[in-house]
Every structure is written in C-alpha cells, then in structure tokens.
Ligand binder design. Sequence first.
Ligand code: ADP
Length: 581
Amino acid sequence: VSGGVMVEVTGAQLVAESLKAQKVEYMFGIVGVPVIEVAMAAQAAGIKYVGMRNEQAACYAASAVGYMTGRPGACLVVSGPGLIHALGGMANANMNCWPVIVIGGSSDRNQETAGAFQEFPQVEACRLYSKFSARPSSLEAIPSVMEKAVRTSIYGRPGAVYVDIAGDMVNAKVERTKVRGVSCCSPPPVSLADHTAVTEAVALLKAAKAPLVIIGKGAAYGRAEAVLREFVETSGLLFLPTPMGKGVVPDDHPNCVSAARSRALLQADVVLLLGARLNWILHFGLPPRFNPNVKIIQVDLCAEEMGNNVRPAAALLGDIKAVVSQLVALIKKDGWKYPSNTEWWSMLREKAAANTKISKVSLTPLPYKTMNYYTVFHHISELLPHDCIIVSEGANTMDVGRTMLNNSLPRHRQGRESGHFSDSQTAKLRLIVLRHFTKFKSFINEVPGHFINMSHLEFSHLPSKKSFRYNLPVVIIVVNNNGIYSGVDAETWKEMAKLGDLTSVAPPVSLLPEARYDEVMTAFGGRGFLVRTVEELRSALQTSLSDWENPSLLNVLIDPSSDRKQQVLAALQRHESFCGG
Ligand code: ADP
C-alpha cells in the first residue's frame, strides 16, 4: 500500500524484477503470446533486451553471456514450438557447462490437457536439457524459483536451467506486500582440494620425467588465468591448451607446446588436467593418442567427472583457481622447479620447431588465383589484432584456424571446437553479445559458408551506422567453399543441372556456388565484401579492421575442392554413374 493505494504487481513484473535481483543483465528472445509483457517488464526493470530471429540463436547468445560473465544470460521464448527451438541452445549450454536461464511462456493453467494453444509438456521436456526445470506454482513463488534457477545455473558444474511461466500468470496481479522478495544468491562457494591430494599431485609432478599441463575451458570459465600463469612460470612445466583453453596462458608463451601436441600427449608420463574432460577432444585420455601408463592428476569441480575413461592418480576436487593456488603455494614452499634442460623439454622444443617449419612451408600462400584455407588463414593471422575474440566454426575452417590463429587473452576463443557437444549454429550468435563483456573492441568470426546459411537473419543485429541497432564491432569472414566439407564451382553446378534435376545429381555436400552472403550483410546496412584474391582479402580485412563502427562480412571464395579434391570427384563420379553419366 502506497499513500493509501494498494500496489499490485503482475507476474511479468515479478519475473523481470526477480531476474534483475539475481543480477541477470541480458535477455535474448523472440516475443509473442504470452511473453511480450515479460520482455517489456524486463526492459522496465533495467535488463537489456535483444530481439532475435530464432530461439536457438537467442539461447546460444544468452549462454555466451554466461560463459563470459559467470552470470547467466536469459533467453525468453514462447510456448510450444518457441521453446522447442530453444532446446538446441539449452542442450549446448548444459553439455558445455555454461550457465543460461531459459524462460518459456506456456499454456494457461486452466486449459492444461485440454488441447490449449501450443500446449506441450515443457517442464518435462526441458529436464533432459538442463540442471533444473520448474514452474512456479503461484505469483508469490516466482522470486524464490528464479533465485533457485539462477543459483543452480552457476553453482557446482554450471549449466542450463528452465523456468516455465503459465500464460495466465503473466498478467495476473498480486498485492506487492504479499510477495516475499529474494535477494541475490551469493557467488558460488569456492572449494579447495583435499590437502593430501594436493601433496600427492606435487609428488607425482616432481617424480615425472615428462610432465604436461593441459589447460581446458574450465580454467577459462573459472578465471584462473593469473594464477595459472604464475603456476606455469614457477613450476617451469610445459602446457597444452584445449581449443577453448587457448589464451588462458598465451599461445606464444615459451612453455606452450601446442605445435608439438600429438607428441606431447603421446609421451607425457604425468598429466595435470585442469578443467577439461577426457572426452573426444582429448582422445579419451587413452592409447593410441596417450601413453597407456600415463598418470593423470585431475582437477575439476565436478566429482562425477573424476575417473571418466581414465582413473586419476590424484583427484583434486575443487575450483581451479583455488586449487592452482594450493599447488603454487606448495611448490614455492619446496622451491621446486622443473628443469628446462631435460630431454623432454628439448625433444618437444625440437619437435615444435620442426612442425612450425613444415607448416610455414606448406602454408605459404599458393601462387594461384584461387585461394585455399591456408592462404586465407595465413593472411588473416598477419592482420588480426591480438586482442580480438575469435569465434570459429566448421570442420576445415575450424581446424586450420585453430592452428594458425593464436590467442593471447583468456575467453577469447569460442566456437564448436570448444565443446564436446556443439553444433554448427553456435559461432554466429555468440559474437553479437561478446562486446559488452570485454574492453576489447574487436571480434572475428570465421565460418564456412553453409553455417552462415543457417542464421544469416541474425545479421540484422549487427549493423550500426545505418540501422542504429546494436552497434556491435564484428567482422565475419565466410570461408566459402560452396558446400559442406567441399563443393563444386559454378561451371560444374551448371553442368550438373544439365544432367538432370539437381536433387538427384548434385552431391549432397554441395550448395549453391558463390552464394552472396556479403549481400545479406549489405541488405541489413552492414558492409559486405566479395573476395576472390589475396589482394582483395587483405584490403577488405584492413578496411573492416580500421572501422569497427560498421560490421563487415567478407565472403571469401576459395577453391571449392580445397583439401578435398578426391572426395568431390568421388562424389561426382558416384552421381554420374547413378544418372548413367
Ligand atoms: P574443454 O572443452 O576445454 O576440453 P570441457 O568442457 O571438456 O573442456 O571441460 C570443462 C571442465 O571444467 C568440466 O568438467 C567442468 O566441470 C570443469 N569446470 C568448470 N568450471 C570449473 C572451475 N571453476 N573449477 C574447476 N573445474 C571447472
């Protein structure tokens, strides 16, 4: 009651105010019945709202906020199909241990099971994709359910959470005095590893002939960069980042053995595994890629992760930043440092130098007019500012980009390469949110053509000068090979069309040649470049990098059979023989 007047609050307001109370700052979504008022209330409560074109993309963007800030972004979707489209983003966040809170509108409570508009068992559906999935039973319950959802998303192993808001609750009102507000949850509790395990770990490292530190994205998420650098320099140990662990300690640090990755993994006798799972990215920690007798020291905050695929010689359960501080303290106390004149060191140094030399020779830009992956990345790496966030995607683009583009700052590498469960959509939408979380101005997104196809409408968020939308400094580089893995050139495409219906004759890996993704960007008010030569690539990239006020897209046409010639020919031959060709 204010001045004798009863003050009421709606369900939408309670959702928005509760999110704000839990320090959720960003919301991405697609509105419609019944959640329009929720988005409006979120803006009124001071949450920044970004209207998207696809729920999956909205969810990826919200989860990128979670990764960059440690606080979940919110994803707002409508009932039924809207929520179902967001499931891809939820699954991705959950499997990659990134916090995100999805809020879905749903059918009115009194119509449930009666065939209501877009009725779907949403809470049940989300259970598989999240750590927590619930519907507040009343308006009064909204603040506590929101607090629990946000807390669950960041405590323990981070992940996705879902809150279902019945349609009739959105505009329903309740007296404000009847609602108990819930203050912001405390930051996640930090646990140290058991002291005995830390002592064991240091003893294992000291006794090792060929020790190796693997830095995963858990270290990046856990903001362990400062202490990890201290650890590497105090211990003198060699390290290898996973794709998203790149930059936690800079790639060009003298102790980084990325250039001798296979040899380092194969011959290490003790591995200190910091915030990475022994999944496919790390070849399960098993032979033939790992030494069968390797001793793993596993550091993770998730107890259930310990022992997956390989039983650890020491299990250090706790927060990486805290646990690495324990390790630093112990080795400093002992005054121990791994000598830099061991066989292991010199063998890996030599191997790294030899590999770098081989790559330099094989990556030298070809004299041909048509570029290949290596030519493109060679020039990108020469022009790229060191402080940009690189979001990369696609098999060849990602693999070549990973080895050729260095990172020197933590949390500056994202993309499918990062997770054991990511899909091709992930890269694009992350880039639109990143700027807010870093003082660095630049973003490079390199993706192959077909991934851009999937959500190019989201370009509409980028342009600034003309559309005054979100003013995001992004350069998108589409390494366009006219297909998935490989494609065919425009001439071959025409020839195939003469052979018969393209649905029967075009290799499934091929897509429309020379698709003008650059024009899509131009249509939304950004800058598009069609790039065919090295000169055009360098000039377009230099222009884009010199003026971040306008987002750019470089549509870089490469040899469609780059690195895959054999396969394209084989596919074509197969199709020709099907058609009697
Ligand atoms: P990568 O993609 O680098 O291989 P994964 O996603 O496989 O990394 O693994 C990341 C691991 O980091 C997960 O097992 C997760 O539980 C763990 N993790 C996340 N944050 C922390 C933290 N602050 N402290 C310790 N472990 C963490």
